[in-house]
Design a binder for this molecule. Structure first.
Ligand code: S3P
Length: 448
C-alpha cells in the first residue's frame, strides 16, 4: 500500500535543564486522564445526544482523537478543557475526506480502528514516525476475524486502510496483555452481529468497560482464574455521556508523587485523581517500599474511583521483584518507578515487561541508557531490568527518545542529581502533559 502521507518528522527539539531541588510543595489538580479522555470522546461520538466533557486531557494525543472524530463528521466544540460533542449514534459517522492522523497516539489508532471496522466505508489512518513503527497486527487480527478488511505495511504497520461493515461477533483471547486490543475488539463488537467476547488472561485497565456501562450498553464481565471474560452484544444504541468530568491522570500524577517521595522535605497534594484499581499498581508498590502516600476522600465519579493524593519525602527500602499482573497494571509507570528505585535501600527487579519495547520508544533501552548516563548501575533484560539502590544520580545529558514518559521521568531524576541534568527532546512531555514543566517549576523544581 502506498504511504499517502509523507512521514511526519515530529522530533522534539527543546532541551530542559534541571538542578537539585528541595522543599517541593504543591496542591493542584492534574488534567484529565489520557485513557479516559480518549474513550470519553469516542463514546460521546457514537452515543445518541450531546455530551459535555470537562477536565478533558490537554494531551496532544487526546487532541488527535478529537481531530480524527471531527474528520469522521462529528461536531465538536472545544472550549479549553470543556469539549462539547454531538453524538451521531452507531450509524452516524461519515467517510473522511482525508487520511486520519493520530500523531503519536497508539490509543487513538488502535481503539478507533475498532470503530472504523464497523463502518461501511474505507478509512486510511496513520501517525508520526513512532506510530509507524509500532505493531498494529494485534488489532488487525481480531478485526479481520470479525470480517473487516485491513491493509497495512508488512501486515503490521500504519498507515492502515480499513474497510468495515457487516462484522460478525467473535470470541478472542489477545496474545498480550493490552487494554487497547481489548477495547478495540469490544468497540468493534458494538457494531457486530451477535455477542463479542474478549478473554483476558492478565487483566488490563477497564475504562472501556466502565464507560460502556455509563452509556447503558449491556456488558457482561466474568472473573476467570486470574483473568476476565468480557462480552458485549452488537447493535445496542448508546446513551450520550451527558455532563461528564474526566478524573485526573494518575499516570501523570505519578511523576509528582515520585518527585515528592525522593526529594528532601517535600509535600505534594494532587486533587481529583483517578484511582481505578486497574491503574494503581504504582501506588501499591511505592507504599510497599515505604513511600508515604495518603489517599484522601475516595469517591466514585461516573463509575470511576477518584481521590486526592498526598505524597511526602520518604525513606524507600525493600527488595522487590515485579512480574505478571502487577507489571501490566503499572506498565506506563515503569520509567518513573525506575527513578524511584535508584533511591531504594534494596533492589527492584522488573520482568514480563516486554511490551515496553514497543511503546512510544523502546522504554527498556531508554531507561537503561539514560540511567547509565547518570552514573547508575543497572542490568538490562530482554523483558525488564534490575537495579540496586541506593545510588547517587549524577547530572548528565539524557534523551527523551521522543517519548513523553521518558522526558518526564528523567526530569524528575534531575531534581535529585548532583550537578546539572539536561533532557534533550523535553517537549515530548506535551504528548500526555503539556503543563508538566510549569507545574513542576511552580512546585519548586529548579528547571530552566
Ligand atoms: C492504554 C493502554 C496501554 C497503555 C497506554 C494507554 C489505554 O497500552 O500503555 O498508554 O488507554 O488503553 P496497551 O494496552 O497497548 O498495553
Amino acid at each position: 500500500m502506498k504511504n499517502t502521507m509523507s512521514e511526519i518528522k515530529e522530533h522534539n527539539t527543546t532541551t530542559v535543564k534541571i538542578t537539585r531541588s528541595a522543599r517541593l510543595r504543591g496542591d493542584f489538580q492534574i488534567p484529565g486522564d489520557k485513557s479516559i479522555s480518549h474513550r470519553s470522546a469516542m463514546f460521546a461520538a457514537i452515543g445518541n445526544g450531546e455530551s459535555r466533557l470537562r477536565n478533558y486531557s490537554s494531551a496532544r494525543d487526546c487532541q488527535s482523537t478529537l481531530d480524527c472524530l471531527e474528520a469522521l463528521g462529528v461536531k465538536i466544540q472545544r472550549e479549553n478543557d470543556q469539549i462539547l460533542i454531538e453524538g451521531v449514534g452507531l450509524d452516524g459517522l461519515r467517510e473522511a475526506a482525508r487520511v486520519l492522523d493520530v500523531g503519536n497516539s497508539g490509543s487513538t489508532i488502535r481503539m478507533l480502528s475498532g470503530i472504523l471496522a464497523g463502518q461501511n466505508f474505507t478509512t486510511e489512518i496513520t501517525g508520526d514516525a513512532s506510530i509507524q513503527r509500532r505493531p498494529m497486527k494485534r488489532v488487525i487480527d481480531p478485526l479481520t476475524l470479525m470480517g473487516a478488511r485491513i491493509e497495512a505495511r508488512e501486515n503490521n504497520f500504519a498507515p492502515l486502510k480499513i474497510t468495515g461493515g457487516n462484522l460478525k461477533a467473535i470470541e478472542y483471547t489477545p496474545p498480550m496483555a493490552s487494554a487497547q486490543v481489548k477495547s478495540c475488539t469490544l468497540l468493534a463488537g458494538l457494531f457486530a452481529e451477535g455477542k463479542t467476547t474478549v478473554i483476558e488472561k492478565t487483566p488490563t485497565r477497564n475504562h472501556t468497560e466502565v464507560m460502556m456501562q455509563e452509556t447503558g450498553a449491556a456488558i457482561e464481565i466474568e472473573a476467570l482464574d486470574g483473568g476476565e471474560r468480557i462480552s458485549v452484544t452488537g447493535g445496542q444504541s448508546l446513551r450520550a455521556l451527558g455532563e461528564y468530568t474526566v478524573a485526573g491522570d494518575l499516570s501523570s500524577a505519578a511523576f509528582f508523587i515520585v518527585a515528592a517521595l525522593i526529594s528532601p522535605d517535600a509535600e505534594i497534594r494532587l486533587r481529583h485523581i483517578g484511582i481505578n484499581p486497574s491503574r494503581t499498581g504504582l501506588i501499591d508498590v511505592l507504599k510497599q517500599m515505604g513511600g508515604q502516600i495518603e489517599i484522601e476522600n475516595p469517591r466514585l465519579a461516573h463509575g470511576e474511583p477518584v481521590a486526592d493524593l498526598l505524597a511526602r519525602s520518604s525513606e524507600l527500602r525493600g527488595n522487590l521483584e515485579l512480574s505478571g499482573a502487577v507489571v501490566a497494571n503499572l506498565i506506563d509507570e515503569v520509567p518513573i518507578l525506575a527513578i524511584a528505585a535508584t533511591q531504594l535501600d534494596g533492589s527492584l527487579t522488573i520482568r514480563d515487561a516486554r511490551e515496553l519495547r514497543v511503546k512510544e520508544s523502546d522504554r527498556i533501552r531508554a531507561i537503561v541508557d539514560n540511567l547509565r548516563q547518570m552514573g547508575i548501575e543497572v542490568e538490562e533484560f530482554e523483558d525488564g531490568f534490575r537495579l540496586t539502590g541506593k545510588q547517587q544520580l549524577r547530572g548528565a545529558r539524557v534523551e527523551s527518545c521522543d517519548d513523553h514518559r521518558i522526558a518526564m521521568a528523567f526530569t524528575v531524576a534531575g531534581l535529585i542529581a548532583e550537578g546539572e541534568t539536561e533532557v534533550g527532546g523535553a517537549d515530548a512531555a506535551s504528548v500526555s502533559l503539556p503543563e508538566f514543566y510549569q507545574l513542576l517549576a511552580r512546585s519548586g523544581g529548579s528547571i530552566h
